[in-house]
Design a protein around this ligand. Structure first.
Ligand SMILES: [Zn+2]
Length: 202
């Protein structure tokens, strides 16, 4: 999973896209910004220090990797027809709409073939494909060393399946396996479903 951040017209940088996945990528992106525009680099370091725009600093307890508030924007748009109504009528309309939506989703869920929800399954499938360039070595006790060849030189990530951690940090942040974890699970011949949280299943 990779996130793109566009710095449009930010302190003179017209368009600057930064891939921020883990601390290593963050430092690389910052080095690139520093090279392109020192003032922007200084401002980011002084004002933001990575807290609001780099995934690697996120709280490990929240289990959310999203970097935007699209969910609240969607909800605002969803309740637009009721926003001018008196409070109780508005709440009643929203309650009825949510009830219909939950029922629709539940019925759809009952028809699913797979245990994992479709969007998550698709996401995992893409993550799994990224693992093709990785070399796994077991160090016992469900701990693995994964050499990621998408970096040059190849970078080492330590995956601990029992602790549910990977050096890249994505598993702890999003509660979904990263590509390093996926290859380790495949190597250990474990079932991926066992490592997917209940909220992502039907
Ligand atoms: Zn990882």
């Amino acid at each position: 999973m990779k996130y793109l951040f566009g710095f449009h017209n930010l302190m003179g940088v017209t368009t600057f896209e930064v891939k921020v996945i883990n601390k290593h990528d963050y430092e690389e992106a910052m080095a690139q910004i520093k090279k392109e525009k020192l003032a922007t680099y200084n401002w980011l370091e002084r004002e933001l220090q990575g807290y609001t725009w780099s995934m690697h600093t996120y709280d490990r307890n929240c289990k959310v990797e999203r970097t935007d508030n699209n969910a609240s924007e969607c909800f605002n748009s969803w309740i637009l027809p009721y926003r001018d109504m008196p409070a109780l009528s508005k709440l009643e309309e929203i309650r009825c709409r949510l009830m219909k939506r939950f029922t629709k989703r539940r019925n759809e869920g009952n028809t699913l073939q797979k245990t994992i929800a479709p969007r998550i399954y698709k996401e995992l499938d893409q993550t799994f494909k990224k693992g093709e360039k990785m070399i796994v070595q077991s160090s016992g006790d469900l701990n693995f060393q994964v050499m990621d060849k998408s970096y040059y030189p190849a970078m080492r990530f330590i995956v601990k399946l029992e602790d549910k951690t990977c050096d890249c940090g994505y598993w702890e942040i999003a509660d979904l396996p990263c590509s390093h974890v996926m290859v380790a699970i495949r190597y250990a011949r474990d079932e991926i479903e066992e490592d997917i949280p209940f909220c992502f299943t039907k």
